[in-house]
Design a protein around this ligand. Structure first.
Ligand SMILES: *Cc1c(COP(=O)(O)O)cnc(C)c1O
Length: 347
């Protein structure tokens, strides 16, 4: 006897990265931006009024949609505001999948996808990436009602070319969700596909590039006919008034955003070079983290030893990842601390 549905009894639930409460640790385990959000975001927080708190928020986030529409050159009606990108993943799976309608995605990738599928009672078709993280051809062959491609992918840091995803979208009868949570650090994006393909949904997050992981704001971009189905599923007030105001202030300060993205991209190269000099194999990354292969010794052990020094990185006990660490690009100073610690710990 249990209180819960069978899927919930069977589910493990998502295991988030460790969130140490101590502020002066070197926290390179959950891909947050190491820099604070724009001062304009903090100013917008100060301007939130008691009246805004008393009333329900705008259910669709019209003012954010306007600002994001301007930035991306799309009509605001092509944007759906969400309580973090994860909310969009959950809404989309609920709207499209069930026990007869599977979710497909290439692996290894974001470990939340199978967790959400399991909660909704939907089977998954996990197709291993080809060598070098290129797109496996079976992804189109399985013709799942929903296919998700994380691009750039986590935890590989690699990116599939836009043209390859255009071909996939063309070949799929179902929806192709392109998870662009890390796109701010990449050298291309897939927004243009939304115009050409009615089955493409692009996910964006304010957590990584815009330093707003604590705010919980993300959005989807797709043609209005596709968004209409998702709108029926979302909570009526899925985004709160404070998040909406802060997210808008953040995307309106593109100068601040771009400066900090550029700093992280530059430091990503320095970190990659440093790790390679220590004998680790590192794939070139288009995200704010790198996947580093530990050549001698155990990656898990190394993660524990770093943790004991208050330097937190991510280890995944998953096929293909057991000899690797995922390391978020921190500030230049944090990256040096990590490299110094590795120098001392590696044989
Ligand atoms: C961070 C992340 C998201 C969305 O995160 P939110 O904080 O909910 O916006 C989605 N996909 C991937 C792969 C991510 O890493």
């Amino acid at each position: 006897m249990s209180y819960f549905r069978q899927n919930i009894n069977d589910a493990d639930g998502y295991v988030p990265g460790f969130q140490p409460q101590n502020a002066d640790v070197v926290k390179l385990n959950t891909n947050e931006n190491p820099y604070p959000p724009s001062p304009k975001v903090v100013a917008a927080l100060g301007k939130v009024s008691a009246e805004q708190l008393r009333r329900y928020p705008d259910p669709l986030g019209q003012s954010f949609k306007q600002a994001a529409g301007n930035l991306h050159g799309v009509d605001p009606d092509w944007i759906l505001c969400c309580n973090g990108g994860d909310d969009l993943l959950s809404i989309t799976i609920r709207a499209i999948c069930d026990s007869q309608r599977p979710l497909a995605y290439p692996v290894p990738t974001y470990s939340l996808y199978p967790v959400l599928a399991q909660l909704h009672g939907c089977p998954v078709q996990e197709i291993p990436f080809n060598e070098g993280f290129t797109l496996p051809s079976q992804l189109v062959e399985v013709q799942a009602p929903l296919t998700i491609v994380c691009n750039p992918n986590a935890p590989s840091g690699t990116r599939i070319e836009t043209e390859t995803l255009a071909t996939l979208a063309e070949g799929l009868k179902g929806v192709l969700l392109i998870d662009e949570a890390y796109v701010d650090y990449a050298n291309a994006h897939c927004l243009d596909l939304v115009r050409d393909y009615p089955n493409v949904l692009v996910l964006r997050s304010m957590s990584k590039g815009y330093s707003l992981a604590g705010v919980r704001f993300g959005y989807g971009i797709a043609q209005p006919a596709l968004l209409a189905g998702l709108l029926k599923v979302k909570d009526s007030y899925n985004v709160n008034a404070i998040s909406m105001a802060l997210a808008r202030a953040a995307i309106e300060d593109q100068d601040y955003f771009q400066d900090h993205i550029n700093a992280i991209k530059r430091d990503r190269q320095t970190l990659t070079d440093g790790l390679r000099q220590l004998g680790m194999a590192v794939v070139d990354s288009q995200t704010n983290f790198v996947l580093a292969q530990v050549q001698n010794g155990s990656a898990q052990k190394l993660q524990e030893l770093l943790g004991a020094r208050d330097i937190h990185v991510r280890y995944f006990a998953l096929p293909g990842l057991q000899d690797k660490l995922r390391i978020t690009v921190g500030t230049a100073q944090q990256n040096v601390k990590l490299l110094d610690a590795l120098k001392a710990l590696l044989p």
